[in-house]
Write a protein that binds this ligand. Structure first.
Ligand SMILES: Nc1ncnc2c1ncn2[C@@H]1O[C@H](COP(=O)(O)OP(=O)(O)OP(=O)(O)O)[C@@H](O)[C@H]1O
Ligand SMILES: CC(C)(CO)[C@@H](O)C(=O)NCCC(=O)O
Length: 428
């Protein structure tokens, strides 16, 4: 079981089997074409240090609010992912943790077949029967674009140091004024890419998309380089040089800039263009150069389409999400430079720390939209990430614990007295 940390590290749950069922109260799932993303709220953490303990207490406060009383549960939101092709592993972990017994709607239903969890992504339809059959869980579907927008809005409004620009290799965190958040263009780079004009809470329109996305990078990359995983391909791209295969303006113009149309000699004139004339076989190219050109081609293309859509609607802010980005410097740099170049500095690309979890977070947030009697849940507070959480980095199958990074978000859930999550969890 892996989760997301800052800097593209994978985080969390060093020994996932130690998480017992009474520690997880709410869980939402996003089942995409490449990855399954899970967000869950836990009132405890095996990774916590002494310093963090107070923030993770199972505090319950009565907060009068009109006719209703609310409990405040302190804890953390955790972010976990699986490959969609290994959905059976995901199901096994969920089964082992008896998460189905902590589903948000177990209150009225001790019968296993009445348990529901919020689910989004195409897989919420595709795998609905599998979840029912193996776990007895009904996937309560939340529309994918709606979830992406709700997740992005939540992160932008409620989580400190969430959004940042990436310019010249430097991250600059931006706290966006909530009154000045809309409109923006949300570009979610998953297997494919969705571009959504966001005008407010629940006010949005999917204005464009492209099938050339993260799935294309990974799919073509596997075919062309024999890499087995995304991490391997990304790692390889670090060492490559795209000039070996890409045809540059200078290659065409005898080393000169094409000043009249504003193209420097070093600009790419044609991605992979050198391969047409060199009479070489695939094996003659280094896999790292191929990986680099591929990453650049796809990132550039997305940056350009994003810019064109921003231009179409007069949007100045482009927020990028999706697991493809993975906090990867070269990817972010290429997209940011493409947006800056094409917009002549008018539009800004912004990235998110929890970029891969927009859909899952949005689905999680949708619990609050339920009938108040069933599930009046709201995230009411968030503290900046603590400095010392456990992060488990499983890249290349090596497991090591990183200090001082975390993708988990401390928060408090407000739940009505009529929905006693903690008691429920124990009783279920
Ligand atoms: N460990 C990984 N395994 C597979 N893909 C990864 C991994 N890490 C990052 N990626 C990239 O992230 C992409 C998937 O991103 P994401 O999870 O946001 O989309 P998805 O929900 O699976 O796709 P879609 O929304 O199009 O159905 C992959 O196509 C790949 O490029
Ligand atoms: C089909 C979805 C929405 C599934 O998440 C995504 O993969 C996507 O936006 N693909 C791009 C499809 C297109 O607009 O051409």
């Amino acid at each position: 079981m892996e989760g997301k940390g800052i800097d593209g590290k994978l985080l969390l749950l060093e020994k996932s089997d130690e998480i017992s069922s009474d520690e997880i109260s709410h869980l939402a799932i996003d089942i995409g074409g490449s990855l399954i993303k899970i967000v869950y709220f836990s009132t405890n953490s095996k990774c916590s240090t002494k310093d963090e303990a107070p923030a993770l207490s199972k505090e319950r406060q009565e907060v009068p609010n009109g006719d209703l009383n609310y409990h405040i549960l302190s804890g953390r939101l955790y972010f976990v992912k699986f490959e969609t092709s290994k959905i059976e592993d995901c199901i096994k972990v969920l089964a082992s943790k008896k998460l189905q017994q902590c589903g948000a709607q177990c209150r009225h239903s001790h019968a296993v077949d009445k348990i529901k969890i919020k689910a989004t992504g195409g897989g919420a339809f595709k795998f609905a029967d599998l979840f029912k059959e193996k776990l007895g869980i009904t996937l309560d579907k939340v529309e994918e674009m709606e979830s992406l927008v709700a997740g992005a809005n939540f992160l932008l409004k409620a989580v400190n140091r969430e959004a940042f620009t990436y310019i010249g290799g430097q991250k600059e965190y931006v706290q966006i004024d909530q009154n000045d958040l809309y409109p923006y263009l949300l570009v979610n780079i998953g297997s494919g890419v969705s571009m959504i004009k966001v005008d407010g809470e629940g006010k949005f329109q999917r204005v464009s998309g492209t099938s050339v996305g993260g799935g294309t990078f990974l799919g073509l990359g596997k075919l062309l380089t024999k890499c087995k995983s995304f991490d391997e391909l990304l790692e390889l791209s670090h060492q490559g040089n795209s000039r070996v295969i890409d045809m540059l303006v200078g290659d065409i113009c005898g080393g000169m800039d094409y000043t009249k149309i504003g193209l420097a000699s070093t600009a790419i004139a044609s991605s992979f263009g050198k391969a047409i004339s060199e009479n070489k076989e695939l094996e003659d190219y280094k896999p790292e150069d191929i990986a680099r050109s591929l990453l650049r081609m796809i990132s550039n293309n997305i940056g350009q389409i994003a810019y064109l859509n921003a231009l179409r609607f007069g949007l100045k802010r482009i927020i990028l999400g999706g697991y493809f980005i993975r906090d990867h410097a070269y990817t972010m740099d290429t997209i940011a430079v493409a947006v800056d170049f094409w917009s002549k500095g008018e539009a800004k690309a912004m990235f998110l720390r929890h970029e891969g979890f927009l859909g899952a977070l949005g689905a999680f947030m949708s619990y609050k939209d339920e009938n108040a009697d069933l599930m009046p849940l709201q995230l009411v507070e968030q503290q900046p990430p603590k400095s010392s959480s456990c992060i488990v980095d499983r890249i290349h199958n090596s497991t090591c614990v990183h200090e001082n990074e975390t993708g988990a978000v401390d928060c408090r859930l407000r739940v009505s007295s009529s929905f006693k999550i903690y008691d429920e969890v124990k009783r279920c």
